[in-house]
Design a protein around this ligand. Structure first.
Ligand SMILES: CC(=O)SCCNC(=O)CCNC(=O)[C@H](O)C(C)(C)COP(=O)(O)OP(=O)(O)OC[C@H]1O[C@@H](n2cnc3c(N)ncnc32)[C@H](O)[C@@H]1OP(=O)(O)O
Length: 420
């Protein structure tokens, strides 16, 4: 009975800044949050690495960096993924075994498109909050190199194609951004200035080594052209490389330099390779548990999970998602936009991110201080977990952070965390 009363009080989440900052035995806390480097889809160093192999390396690395933690404590694993068949249910379950997680931990593959990694965290957190489990691992992974392209384009039935609302769920992502830019009059120069700022922030963060702590280096094999002069044949050789650095950030990007890039999705459009999130490969993982369990095992606590929300928005302007998901999750937590120290908002496209920032009246200096997906990359299902790994290092003790993204078929998701 006492436990039920405790649980009931917890599920009706005490609201407000001081309430969410309180430390309770039943809190869901984050003990570790790491990611791989993000590489360029189709041409980067992970181009030949399967999503399951990204996960194996990442989870092994996370466990190695959490020395007092016994993986036998993990009761459930949820991994977000967008492009693999069945969201990677087979290969990513197998990857967990290969990474050293015992078979006794259950496994769930999650696909809520670009928010999949965040929704995986939400799933594990909810299971801890309701007493179903005490410890779980959540994350996301994507090999856009291997799985992005026409073979993964949506296939709609004739019935769907004839339904003028339903068919909007199949609008190409770049066109949804053109729609946002047109509807809210966000011109190309404004988008390019925002994108250049994203590159400049990422460049600064890289030069200061700020991502080093969150990236687990991975050793992978890559096929490269055989340049040997003795060998005239047009063939490839395999090389082993260590991947520890994001490939997206570039030095010296300006709005003027971006102004020269051709529109990618529409003649006379405003969206292009420099102001859109890049096709990328990568993975992120977050180890969650009940605070009392973390304390019992002497594990470091890096953050407290507070709440997640997902909402629907019109599919043809899906990029507006965070503008509606963020107020929803802030209301759940009983806080306002000004209580938040850092926002990690997925930059699927510059116009999309700009609309959300303007609509919510956010202080731009609080949004993506280390750059977002335009500069760093956006490996779809991995992005939610990647943003959590980043935001927990951007926040200072006691500060509140919000992570959010738009979702391709017309949704937005957002979550609130407190830095321990
Ligand atoms: C819910 C959601 O989150 S929806 C979002 C889902 N994700 C997407 O839809 C992906 C969106 N992005 C894309 O589709 C692709 O990145 C595109 C179509 C915009 C561009 O694709 P590509 O042409 O293959 O881009 P690529 O990265 O190769 O860049 C092409 C060229 O643009 C130029 N370029 C790109 N970025 C820059 C920059 N910052 N500065 C200068 N030049 C640049 C370069 O010349 C580059 O060639 P390089 O790599 O040899 O230097």
């Amino acid at each position: 009975m006492e436990r039920l009363t405790q649980l009931a009080s917890h599920l009706t989440t005490a609201k407000g800044v001081s309430a969410i900052k309180q430390k309770n035995a039943d809190d869901v806390v984050i003990v570790a949050a790491y990611r791989t480097a993000l590489t360029k889809g189709g041409k980067g160093l992970f181009k030949d690495t399967a999503s399951e192999d990204l996960l194996i390396g990442l989870v092994k690395g996370l466990l190695a960096k959490t020395p007092n933690f016994d993986p036998k404590l993990i009761e459930d694993v949820a991994i977000g993924n967008v492009l693999n068949g069945g969201a990677g249910a087979f290969e990513h379950r197998a990857a967990m075994l290969a990474a050293g997680i015992p078979y006794s931990a259950a496994f769930l593959a999650i696909n809520r498109q670009c928010s999949s990694g965040l929704i995986a965290v939400n799933d594990i957190a909810n299971k801890i909050l309701t007493g179903q489990i005490d410890v779980g691992l959540a994350g996301g992974v994507e090999s856009m190199s291997k799985n992005y392209g026409p073979k993964n384009a949506p296939q709609f039935s004739d019935l769907l194609l004839r339904d003028k609302e339903a068919v909007k769920c199949g609008i190409p992502m770049g066109i949804t951004n053109e729609n946002v830019a047109e509807k809210y009059t966000i011109d190309r120069a404004t988008q390019d200035a925002f994108a250049a700022a994203s590159y400049n922030k990422a460049e600064r963060a890289v030069s200061q080594g700020l991502f080093k702590d969150e990236i687990i280096p991975l050793q992978v094999t890559i096929e490269v052209d055989n340049d040997s002069e003795d060998d005239e044949a047009d063939d490839t050789i395999k090389k082993t490389v260590t991947v520890d650095t994001d490939e997206g950030p570039r030095a010296g990007v300006t709005a003027a330099s971006l102004g020269k890039i051709k529109a990618a999705f529409k003649k006379d459009g405003t969206t292009h390779a420099g102001n859109a999130s890049q096709i990328s490969d990568g993975a992120g993982a977050v180890l969650l548990m009940r605070r009392s369990v973390a304390i019992k095992h002497g594990l470091p606590i890096v953050g407290k999970y507070v709440a997640t929300s997902a909402v629907g928005v019109p599919p043809e302007i899906m990029g507006v998602g965070p503008a509606y998901a963020i107020p929803h999750v802030l209301a759940q937590a009983g806080i306002s936009t000004s209580d938040v120290a850092v926002y990690e908002i997925n930059e699927a496209f510059a116009a999309q991110a700009l609309f959300c920032i303007e609509h919510l009246g956010l202080d731009k200096s609080k949004v993506n201080p280390r750059g977002g997906a335009i500069a760093l990359g956006h490996p779809l299902g991995a992005t939610g977990a990647r943003q959590i790994a980043t935001i927990l290092r951007e926040l200072k003790t006691g500060e509140i952070g919000v992570t959010s993204m738009c979702i391709g078929t017309g949704m937005g998701a957002a979550a609130v965390f407190v830095k321990e």
